[in-house]
Design a protein around this ligand. Sequence first.
Ligand SMILES: Cc1cc2nc3c(=O)[nH]c(=O)nc-3n(C[C@H](O)[C@H](O)[C@H](O)COP(=O)(O)OP(=O)(O)OC[C@H]3O[C@@H](n4cnc5c(N)ncnc54)[C@H](O)[C@@H]3O)c2cc1C
Length: 432
Amino acid sequence: MGNTVAIFLFSSRNNVLLYLTDWSYSTYLLLHRWLGYCAVGHTVIHSAMLWRYYVIQGTYSAELLRLYWQWGIVGTVAVCALIPLSLLVVRQKLYEFFIASHVVLSLLFLLGYYYHIWYVYTYNWGYEIWMFVAAGLWACERLLRVARIAFNGSSTAVVSVIADTDNEYIRINIQGKRFQDGVAYLCFPTLSWRFWETHPFSVSGVITEAQPNHATLPSSRSNLNSDVARELTAEKDGAQWTTTAITNKCDSSYEGVTTTFFARARGGITRTLVERASRSENRHIRVRVMVEGPYGHSGQIQSQVTQCSSILCIAGGVGITACLPLLIQAGAKNAKLAWSSRHPGLVAELRPTLNALPSNVKVEILVGQRFDLASMLSEELGGMQTADKGPLAIMVSGPPGMADGVRSACTKIARGNKKVRPYVMIDEAFSW
Ligand SMILES: Cc1cc2nc3c(=O)[nH]c(=O)nc-3n(C[C@H](O)[C@H](O)[C@H](O)COP(=O)(O)OP(=O)(O)OC[C@H]3O[C@@H](n4cnc5c(N)ncnc54)[C@H](O)[C@@H]3O)c2cc1C
């Protein structure tokens, strides 16, 4: 039960430890899972040993009729069922079922535990306190989530399909909100009967719109790699670029502040958003949205990055959204973005924002290709490229395989060459 209390605390988005430590939410969720395996193991050993004890005592059939034993069975079965129903494949294929079963089984476990104690000890030994603490943490978490949504109120989201991405990417502009970074849970109550569904998306920071005729293209962008440079030149001959604060491309009548998210269509709510927007006349829709957050789920990134002399962001597809706030706030640090995307449309959509990045941010983009992570990292870590021998902050945000690739490449390089630069790795995974 000690572990159970930690399990409930570590699963909470409002876990106070997130503010006291620089661990990310995904680290706490990892520990949540492993503490869960421990708690299930303890429960099974407890049940098996007492079952064996009463069999040896010859009183098992009598115990079986007692309410405490029956509730004990409820608790044990519920907690054991949590494991198979939380496997990665279930979370990936049936996320909403995973969440619903997780809540119901956790509730059954707590109730089973409570009555298992009540019918033997009532409140004599304080065993029930564990249950009250765990349930209290859970209730607080839920209340805080509702409070955050209520605090943000209801807004309008303009959802537009990004051109040239085979209907795979959408842009979500939430009017009246100005979040700088973090992860926000978006709830679209009018979109489906599952009005309560919330989904995490990374705040993309300040997104710059491309609007012809004003200031010329910032000259410092000459270090963009060939693809984009080539295109930009073509464009530059035709039109001039501007950097403006967030304006709502799809709703020119809207003058207020906007927070922008970019989302890749998957199988559930994101697919529904794409289908609705792509069916509409001008490929965008306005939908009601409730926002919970933003949360700083990545741990105290700034304190980790502050100690580094330069930043390397490696992004795949929509993973760039998690890197943009860090690059926008890179300040005087040498920074580099290596972004690979399958769709040129997503690059075109974010090009003005990349143009508006501080001039000390070097941008490399590959469309339809992948970076050679190992050689890029050995150059950056080996310091052969720069005189900068200070710690390097490496942020990776993209498919899990890309993050694993960066992690194993870094450890291999660091083990192979003692002279490499120290580094901090920040894994902005879009999955838990
Ligand atoms: C910290 C974080 C930041 C993210 N930022 C972005 C972003 O900026 N842009 C973007 O396109 N995607 C982002 N994602 C992923 C995004 O949350 C999922 O793609 C989205 O929830 C899919 O919803 P769906 O109903 O369409 O998916 P489904 O087809 O039901 O599921 C597709 C995948 O998304 C996962 N998923 C579904 N619902 C959730 C949920 N509520 N919480 C966590 N994972 C879920 C499933 O495990 C599955 O792997 C982020 C995820 C996390 C954890």
